[in-house]
Design a protein. Structure first.
Length: 360
């Protein structure tokens, strides 16, 4: 029997993935408060939701689920981006595309390393970031680690205290590494994000959303604002002026978005909410094609340059944001109807190899 989707979770994911698009399109407003406010929650919320929806699986099964649902979309997106990049190298300044990678070797190293931003480290590696796709690699590793923790500690007395200590240590190690070296596959972020997954796990286990009072959201919202006032939280490193405050801000911002999403459920018949839920339900597609747009599609930059002299910076940025949302919306509706693409991005609904029915 097919499980019914939890509507407020799709709404929360929709809000978050649109915030990702806005955060990546701020341009001249990078470094401003609105950017810090968005970055404070827009990635932590996905890890917290993963913890909220977590169900224990065998180590092998979780590993193959991660490959199917996270790594296959990652490499499918890489292939699409490489193909567009190859054409852009052959036809420079044409077709509304541009070359993000200067050559094939750089592209392959970038994809295999999976960095979200500039790579730091004592070895001074020269590696071009792959961009927002770091999230899929970090989520894969973080989920494997968290599931391993749950499986190992299940039979222990005081299991929850042991899990807390292990997750806390991983968060601390991830934060320390973020100041020293950027490891492949955003391992730093994965270690740090195990803490967010654990928070989501506790929220669901102890039914905390039902127990939180409306006035408590003043505190959570305050933590979100304080985190934003401290500056950018770059989870892919991870790095911020104060990682402890950033962690609390990520939790506070996520809880506030959960509350807003639960409130929005009452408007389920509205077209705008149905679209928002679609973005949330297909947030993986939105993220992957947003990355393609960011890296190898040149339209947004052209629109900004055309609009800027006539409208000013703010309106030009808004036009860019609208374009980027329209771009991913096309693929939100196109991918589920397109063979091969839907097998890569929606493997749960469209598996490549269907199981044979069991005979009684």
């Amino acid at each position: 029997m097919k499980k019914k989707r939890i509507e407020w979770i799709d709404i929360a994911r929709g809000i978050a993935i649109l915030a990702v698009i806005v955060g990546h399109t701020l341009g001249p407003y990078n470094g401003k408060f609105v950017g810090s406010w968005i970055f404070a929650f827009h990635m932590p919320i996905f890890f917290i939701l993963s913890g909220y929806l977590y169900r224990q699986r065998g180590i092998g099964r979780e590993f193959f689920n991660g490959i199917k649902n996270l790594l296959v979309p990652y490499f499918a997106t890489v292939v699409i981006m490489f193909l567009i990049n190859f054409v852009a190298l052959k036809v420079p300044h044409g077709l509304g595309i541009h070359a993000y990678f200067p050559n094939t070797k750089t592209a392959i190293i970038s994809a295999l390393f999976g960095a979200g931003s500039n790579v730091i480290g004592p070895w001074k590696w020269q590696i071009q970031p792959i961009g927002a796709l770091w999230f899929l690699l970090a989520m894969f590793i973080a989920i494997q680690l968290f599931n391993l923790i749950i499986v190992i500690t299940n039979s222990f007395k005081g299991a929850e205290y042991i899990r807390f200590v292990i997750c806390l240590l991983l968060v601390i190690v991830g934060g320390i590494l973020g100041r020293i070296v950027y490891l492949p596959w955003a391992i730093n972020a994965a270690l740090f994000s195990v803490g967010f997954i654990y928070v989501g796990f506790l929220i669901q286990k102890y039914e905390l959303l039902a127990k939180l009072s409306d006035t408590s959201y003043i505190l959570w919202g305050g933590l979100w604002l304080i985190s934003a006032s401290f500056g950018y939280f770059n989870l892919n490193v991870p790095n911020s002026p104060n990682l402890f405050i950033s962690f609390l801000g990520g939790v506070g911002g996520s809880l506030c978005v959960f509350r807003i999403s639960q409130y929005f459920v009452k408007y389920e018949s509205r077209h705008w909410l149905k679209l928002l839920k679609t973005y949330g339900r297909l947030s993986l597609i939105v993220l992957c094609f947003h990355l393609i747009d960011l890296n190898v599609i040149a339209v947004a930059g052209h629109l900004y340059q055309i609009a800027l002299p006539h409208t000013g910076v703010l309106t030009a940025v808004i036009i860019e944001i609208i374009y980027r949302i329209v771009f991913v919306t096309v693929f939100v509706f196109l991918v589920p109807k397109t063979p091969v693409l839907r097998n890569c991005y929606l493997m749960r609904q469209f598996p490549i190899f269907k199981r044979k029915p069991a005979f009684s």
